[in-house]
Design a protein around this ligand. Structure first.
Ligand SMILES: *[C@@H]1O[C@H](CO)[C@@H](O)[C@H](O)[C@H]1NC(C)=O
Ligand SMILES: *[C@@H]1O[C@H](CO)[C@@H](O)[C@H](O)[C@H]1NC(C)=O
Ligand SMILES: *[C@@H]1O[C@H](CO)[C@@H](O)[C@H](O)[C@H]1NC(C)=O
Length: 318
C-alpha cells in the first residue's frame, strides 16, 4: 500500500515536472498561399538600409506580380525585367510586415526558395517599433549568396551571451548591444552550408523555427529531406519544442533580461539590394560579384530572376 501511494505521488511529481519542462503550443495563425495577404502588409517606405530598391505597397506588388499566391505557395520577389535610370528610384521590391504582433510564441516557416543573386540581402526577422528599444531578432539573414545563415539579436545596452551554449551553430559575437561593434549584434552562424542562398535553394529549402519564451530565444533549421520533427514537417496544430533537439542558435537569459529587452514583435520579410551591408564594396566584391553593386542592379534585370522567396507556409503558435 505504501509503495502504491509512493508510486502514485511519484507519478504526480514526474507529471508535474514534465508539464513544467514541456513547451507545448497551439497554432494561432496559419499563412498559406493567399492568406499571406490577410496577415501581412507591404510597406512602401524608403529602405532604412539605403538599398537600391523601391519598396511598393500591396496593390502595386500584386499588380506587378512581385507578390504571387496560389493555393499552396506564396512568392515575394524583386523586379527582374526593368533597366533602371541611374538617377531614378531603385529596383521595385517588397517588404512585408505582419499585422499581428507576438511575444511568447513560435514561428515556423516552411520555405522552398530564398532570394538568390549578387546584391541580394534578404531577411526574415521580428522587431518592435520604435527600434531598438524592444529588440530585433533576425532569423534568416545574409548577403550576396554567402552561406551559411546567421541568426542575430540586436538590443539596447546590457544584453550579452555566454560564449558556450547548447547550440549546433557557432557564436560569432556575443554582445547584443546595437550601439557597439557597428551594430553587428550577437550572432550565431549555422554550420550547414545549405542553410542559406543557392545551396539552400538547390536542396529545396527547409524549415526555420524561432521560439520566444520569457527567458530564451531559440532558432532551429532543418534542411529539406533531413527529417525534421513530424509536427513541423506536417504543419500540425500542436507542437512541443522540447522534443525538437539541439537548436542552431540558443540565446539565454543569464546576462540578458530577455523579457524586458524584447517586446511585442511584428514579423518582417524584406528583400533589399545593395545597401549598408550587401553593397559595402569590400563585402560585395569579396563575394565574387561583378562591378559595382548599384551598377549591377541598374543594368542587369535578368540577374534577379531568382531573387525571390517562396513560402510553403508560415505558422505562428502561442
Ligand atoms: C506571376 O508569378 C508567378 C510566380 O512566379 C508565375 O508563375 C506567373 O506566371 C506570373 N504571372 C505573370 C502574369 O507573369
Ligand atoms: C529590413 O529593414 C530593417 C530596417 O527597418 C533592417 O534592419 C534590416 O536589415 C532590413 N533587411 C533587409 C534585408 O532589408
Ligand atoms: C532573466 O535575467 C534577469 C537579469 O538579467 C532577471 O532579472 C530575470 O529574473 C531573469 N528571468 C528569468 C525568467 O530567468
Amino acid at each position: 500500500m505504501l509503495s502504491y501511494i509512493s508510486a502514485v505521488s511519484l507519478g504526480f511529481v514526474l507529471g508535474f515536472v514534465r508539464l513544467v519542462g514541456a513547451h507545448p503550443y497551439t497554432v494561432h495563425d496559419t499563412y498559406i498561399g493567399g492568406s499571406f495577404y490577410n496577415g501581412f502588409t507591404a510597406q512602401a517606405i524608403s529602405d532604412p538600409t539605403n538599398g537600391r530598391v523601391n519598396y511598393v505597397d500591396t496593390p502595386t506588388a500584386q499588380g506587378l506580380n512581385l507578390t504571387y499566391a496560389s493555393s499552396d505557395t506564396f512568392i515575394l520577389r524583386t523586379d527582374f525585367t526593368s533597366f533602371l535610370d541611374p538617377n531614378g528610384p531603385g529596383r521595385d521590391s517588397v517588404r512585408l510586415i505582419s499585422n499581428n504582433v507576438y511575444t511568447t510564441s513560435v514561428i515556423v516557416a516552411d520555405i522552398r526558395h530564398m532570394p538568390q543573386g549578387c546584391a541580394t540581402w534578404p531577411a526574415l526577422w521580428t522587431v518592435a517599433n520604435p527600434w531598438p528599444n524592444l529588440g530585433e531578432i533576425d532569423i534568416i539573414e545574409g548577403v550576396n549568396d554567402q552561406s551559411p545563415n546567421q541568426a542575430t539579436l540586436h538590443t539596447t545596452p546590457g544584453c550579452t551571451q555566454p560564449a558556450n551554449r547548447a547550440q549546433t551553430g557557432k557564436s560569432v559575437s556575443n554582445d547584443c548591444n546595437t550601439y557597439v561593434n557597428n551594430n553587428v549584434g550577437c550572432g550565431v552562424r549555422s554550420t550547414l552550408s545549405n542553410s542559406y542562398g543557392p545551396s539552400f535553394n538547390s536542396n529545396g529549402g527547409g524549415w526555420y523555427a524561432m521560439e520566444r519564451t520569457s527567458s530564451s530565444i531559440t532558432v532551429w533549421f532543418w534542411p529539406r529531406g533531413s527529417g525534421p520533427p513530424s509536427n513541423v514537417a506536417n504543419g500540425e496544430n500542436f507542437i512541443d519544442t522540447s522534443t525538437w533537439g539541439e537548436p542552431m542558435a540558443l540565446f539565454v537569459n543569464d546576462s540578458c533580461d530577455i523579457a524586458s529587452k524584447f517586446g511585442p514583435h511584428n514579423i518582417l520579410i524584406n528583400l533589399t539590394l545593395c545597401g549598408t551591408w550587401a553593397g559595402q564594396p569590400s563585402v560585395y566584391s569579396s563575394a565574387g560579384c561583378p562591378g559595382s553593386c548599384v551598377d549591377h542592379v541598374n543594368n542587369n534585370p535578368s540577374a534577379f530572376t531568382n531573387a525571390y522567396f517562396e513560402f510553403a507556409s508560415l505558422r505562428v503558435y502561442t
